[in-house]
Design a protein around this ligand. Structure first.
Ligand code: FDA
Length: 311
């Protein structure tokens, strides 16, 4: 516990230090870590990654890195960048039938400044996605944002019913949220959850989180929505295959992160599954990786493991 908190403080201090940032960003090992988990810094890199993944039979969701924005101008720039990206993807024929969509963090478009700003920004991105023939999924951030994010989701779905939700099985409330969202037309990504959360709201052990994930999957599969199972966990993938066996193969999908278990992603495609790869891009990768590592030291093991295996 003490080691974790010292590690967290050290990583967060390093994340804020420009000299450390320069050293990390230039180190050859960082370049390989970033290249493995992030498509690149520019929209061109995102488009290239999407094209390559689609050629391998995978579908894609693109995330422009950035979060916790406290400057309204920066939030507007993010919205503009998403719209331009969607336009590019459409022009390249990558969005047809929703094969390439986008994932948006509401704090990147102003949720922490003013909820109305985030709603406007998300709505503009949803319009651009609809024009491009594809969809938007709202990423889920820490538990203090859950009610606001689900409220914004409800508003967006009035005009853009295919907007996707994300629920995190580590939250005690999530089985109930799955019940609320397991209706026809509702796209729901289920993940374990990536933030450091208190015991009052979240399960703390891996076993509890996994059991909750299975309960939530059962609720989603029993409903009429479109479950999107975001996990690299072989046991949960096997349970999903069993639960999904009675459903049409195009009525649910697996999702995994760019660079994590790429061979498994392709194996599932060979078996006839839909697999969507979550591809982050942009120049905010340093803060993103460092915060994820600091928040939850288990994330360090997660990325380290992916570096030594492609399975
Ligand atoms: P976990 O990390 O618990 O690993 C379980 C097991 O999987 C391991 O024991 C091992 O067997 C296997 N495994 C994992 N990595 C491996 C590797 N590289 N090689 C071989 N085996 C490996 N979170 C969030 O809070 N909000 C969000 O919006 C999202 N969005 C999101 C989208 C997508 C598409 C994904 C895949 C994930 C997210 N997440 C997220 C992150 C998510 O909450 C979670 O932190 C990570 O996916 C890690 O959890 P896993 O379920 O993959 O298993």
């Amino acid at each position: 516990m003490v080691v974790c908190s010292v590690l967290r403080r050290t990583i967060l201090a390093a994340a804020r230090n420009d000299r450390v940032k320069g050293l990390v960003a230039r180190a050859p090992v960082s370049r390989s870590v970033v290249a493995r988990f992030v498509a690149g810094e520019e929209a061109d890199d995102a488009v290239r990654a999407a094209r390559e993944l689609e050629q391998d039979g995978l579908t894609v969701t693109l995330d422009r890195l950035g979060e916790d924005v406290l400057d309204a101008g920066q939030a507007t720039d993010t919205v503009k960048a998403y719209c331009e990206l969607l336009h590019r993807l459409s022009a390249e024929g990558l969005t047809a039938g929703g094969r390439c969509e986008v994932s948006v963090k509401l704090t990147a478009v102003g949720q922490a400044i003013d909820e109305a700003l985030a709603v406007d920004g998300a709505r503009t991105i949803c319009e651009a996605a609809r024009d491009a023939g594809t969809t938007v999924t709202l990423d889920m951030e820490d538990h203090t944002t859950t009610d606001s994010t689900l409220g914004i989701l409800r508003q967006l779905r009035e005009d853009f019913p295919s907007t996707g939700a994300v629920l995190q099985s580590y939250l005690r409330r999530t089985e109930g949220d799955c019940r609320d969202l397991a209706h026809a037309g509702s796209r729901v990504r289920l993940c374990k959850g990536a933030y450091k959360e208190p015991e009052t709201v979240a399960f703390q052990t891996a076993t509890e989180v996994d059991r909750s994930y299975v309960r939530c999957m059962k609720v989603l599969f029993a409903g009429e929505g479109y479950p999107m199972l975001a996990t690299h966990d072989p046991r949960l993938i096997a349970v999903a295959e069993q639960l999904g066996a009675g459903r049409a193969s195009d009525s649910w999908e697996f999702q995994m992160l760019y660079g994590i278990r790429p061979n498994e992603q392709r194996r599932l495609v060979q078996e006839g599954r839909t697999v969507r790869v979550y591809v982050p891009y942009g120049d905010e990768w340093y803060g993103y990786l460092m915060r994820r590592l600091a928040e939850r030291p288990a994330n360090l093991a997660f990325f380290a493991r992916a570096l030594v295996t492609r399975s």
